[in-house]
Write a protein of this length. Structure first.
Lengths: 290, 127, 285
């Protein structure tokens, strides 16, 4: 079972929920992988402290021009949807930072002058903390292409067992790449107008992908029921509440997972998993595909 | 020698445009200052790599001098590879910019003058 | 004209609250929300929308079933695995159009892709450019560039001397797009190990693009030890820490009610005022 933890807004407690869920399940003898898909700013390792045992570079293929065979016809430049090549007199200039790796330039070059060479976009790192498997993608700083790296990280998902995926914030391509194919999407939010607004976007995103979803309210406060009201209207279950507490904020600050800062949370997260399991078994009745 | 000026409109009286990759069009003059051609800037609406596309279109038109405000690093690299001289510091209109160039008061742009702001996904200058 | 871009690396550190507070304090400016993926600044500014424009993304490919001979070439060529069961999966299609150019039967056409909307609005704190990226869209970097372009245009037209930009989180395509050519990046950090970790990556990015960068620590007294680590990391990177804002639950109250934090009574108002003074100095305004 793959559970993706996402949130429209950043900083709502996605990583807190994802790491604690993974740790709580692992302590219950489940076969668990924590997969950090927030490749721009992966933070899960701060809480999980894994031993990284394997680092794999991830590449896309970008063009390299053989100037001895090139006829400078300009076909590659005309066809490139990303304007990553250009013909200037008797040279072809490539802009690897614009390239999406579609390979069109090589396929269409009438002179066979385009060769594809790998360009590193990041790494996928695997390791473990005790029995918990740990995988993360790390985007190379200055690179604009997160989705292919996320796809590469997701290849490490084991067919059996439980994978908890920590998704990046937002609702655009990197999030889609993370959530797509998950059995369940857990949306973490906070009871503020900002949190509500972005939760709504995230719910639309999950529904767009046809992934059933449920909500975790972080920094919950007495008398602030805006998220609950919304969830009622949307027929979405609130599966867990974590109160606003300076103590929890401090533990987070120091990289202590919630389930370690306060052991009583173990049960809450196991309960959360069971609720998710029931929803997935019930074919995600709460969240219909449009 | 053909001289292209980044412009907000199609003619010498139009305001000159600061942005190379995103200007409305280029007014191309011959050495005597006659308008030879006005070309729509293909880069104007390009989702990505606007400057590269604009540069490609000017290179195809055998332009040897470009007068503009800001050029991104990628377009700059492309123009230089094609042997095009780039000058910055436009005046009010296209015609005034040309006059300013003729009187030698425009700045030759060096690769480092290509400000990353003018390019959108500004990359390192070495591309 | 100057541009200030507020970024954070990690989300939720208080970027938007601080940008909104600057909007209250500054005069003669245009506001821009470049967090197009989860735009929030409008929630704090109560904008009146003046105009809206469609934002078109990269055209996508679509298979015209009647013409398709099922040769499979498109599926073979697509590097993004977007051709499935004789259809293009729009969520996977990158818009490279290799299939469109390659199809021997001419059975693939380009379809326009409405990727989002951008707005020009009035707020009591100045004109405001903001946007909304469609759900499941890519190209957020392009929309960020569009918002910045419109903000610059608006500032020129209305004679404004400053653009205050609320930037996106992360270090990927939208942030890269938000940073290019800005005059000053203000990184909002909180004293957590996560934020400290992300700060390192953000500072690498701003250095990579040669953007002048300063840091402010939000909720600095939440964990003084980590605050010191943040300061040390900044010193090592040669980036000045120009402000510290205290931890005050009133900030959450402001976010809850949708107000710029400086508009509610709190102990942090003074911190934000002095931060703003330092930012002005760094910008030379």
């Amino acid at each position: 079972m793959n559970i993706c933890v996402a949130s429209g807004k950043g900083g709502t407690g996605k990583t807190t929920v994802a790491t604690s869920l993974a740790l709580a399940l692992q302590s219950e003898q489940h076969d668990v992988t924590f997969l950090d898909c927030d490749v721009e700013e992966p933070n899960g390792h701060i809480f999980i402290n894994p031993d990284i045992r394997e680092i794999e570079n991830v590449f896309i293929e970008v063009p390299e021009i053989d100037h001895t065979t090139c006829t400078f016809c300009g076909k590659c430049a005309d066809l490139c949807a990303f304007n990553a090549l250009l013909v200037a007199g008797d040279s072809v200039i490539t802009f690897p930072e614009l390239c999406h790796g579609c390979g069109g330039c090589r396929y269409f070059c009438p002179a066979g002058a385009v060769r594809l060479t790998p360009k590193k976009i990041g790494t996928v790192e695997t390791g473990a903390a005790g029995q918990l498997r740990f995988v993360r993608g790390r985007l190379e700083v200055g690179t604009a292409l997160s989705p292919p790296l996320i796809e590469a990280a997701k290849k490490k998902i084991m067919p059996r067992g439980i994978t908890v995926i920590d998704a990046p914030p937002g609702t655009s391509c990197p999030v889609i790449a993370s959530v797509r194919g998950s059995d369940f999407c857990l949306l973490v939010t906070e009871p503020t107008l900002l949190g509500l607004h972005d939760l709504d976007l995230a719910v639309q995103m999950a529904r767009h992908l046809g992934v059933p979803c449920g909500v975790v309210v972080n920094r919950a406060q007495e008398g602030w029921g805006i998220i609950h009201d919304y969830c009622r209207r949307q027929d979405l279950p609130v599966l867990l509440e974590i109160p606003l507490s300076k103590k929890i904020a401090r533990a987070y600050a120091r990289g202590v997972p919630l389930v370690r800062a306060d052991k009583t949370w173990h049960d809450a997260f196991r309960q959360l998993y069971r609720a998710i399991g029931e929803m997935v078994a019930g074919e995600g009745t709460y969240c219909h595909q449009r | 020698m053909r001289i292209a000026v980044s412009a907000a409109g199609p003619g010498p009286e139009a305001p000159a445009e600061e942005r190379f990759g995103r200007c409305a069009c280029f007014v191309i003059f011959d050495e005597q200052g006659n308008v030879e051609e006005v070309v729509d800037n293909a880069g104007k609406t390009a989702p990505e790599g606007a400057g590269v596309l604009s540069a490609q279109s000017l290179l195809r038109r055998k332009v040897s001098v470009v007068l503009t405000g800001r050029v991104g690093p990628k377009a700059m690299r492309a123009l230089q590879a094609g042997g095009v001289a780039v000058y910055t510091g436009i005046a009010g209109t296209v015609a005034e910019t040309l006059a300013k160039y003729k009187s030698g008061r425009m700045q030759p742009a060096t690769p480092s003058a290509g400000s990353p702001g003018a390019g959108r996904r500004a990359g390192r200058r070495d591309g | 004209m100057k541009e200030l871009t507020v970024i954070s690396g990690k989300g939720g550190t208080g970027k938007t609250s601080i940008a909104a507070s600057f909007a209250v304090l500054a005069g003669n400016h245009v506001l821009a929300d470049c967090d197009v993926d989860a735009a929030n600044l409008h929630l704090l500014l109560a904008p009146e929308i003046e105009s809206r424009q469609n934002f078109w993304g990269m055209p996508r490919a679509e298979i015209v079933t009647e013409k398709c001979t099922d040769c499979g070439l498109c599926r073979e060529l697509c590097r993004f695995g977007a051709i499935k069961g004789g259809q293009v999966d729009m969520l996977a299609c990158e818009g490279c159009l290799v299939c469109y150019h390659a199809c021997p039967a001419g059975a693939i056409r380009q379809v326009e892709n409405l990727a989002g909307v951008w707005y020009i609005s009035r707020t009591r704190y100045g004109p405001f450019v903001h946007a909304r990226l469609g759900i499941a869209q890519d190209n957020s970097g392009k929309l960020v560039a569009e918002v910045r372009r419109q903000a610059r245009k608006l500032a020129e037209k209305e004679g404004k001397s400053l653009i205050i930009t609320d930037g996106p989180p992360g270090i990927g395509c939208p942030v890269i797009s938000a940073l290019g050519g800005t005059d000053l990046a203000l990184v909002v950090v909180e004293p957590t190990l996560s934020s400290l970790h992300d700060l390192g990556r953000v500072l690498q990015l701003t250095e990579h693009f040669g953007v002048k960068t300063v840091v402010c620590i939000n909720k600095w007294d939440l964990d003084r030890k980590i605050s010191r680590q943040v300061e040390n990391a900044c010193r090592d990177a040669g980036v000045p820490v120009i402000g510290r804002i205290g931890y005050d639950p009133a900030v959450t109250v402001a976010a809850r009610e949708g107000k710029p934090v400086i508009r509610v009574p709190s102990t942090v108002a003074e911190d934000i005022v002095s931060l703003w003074a330092c930012v002005q100095k760094e910008l030379g305004i």
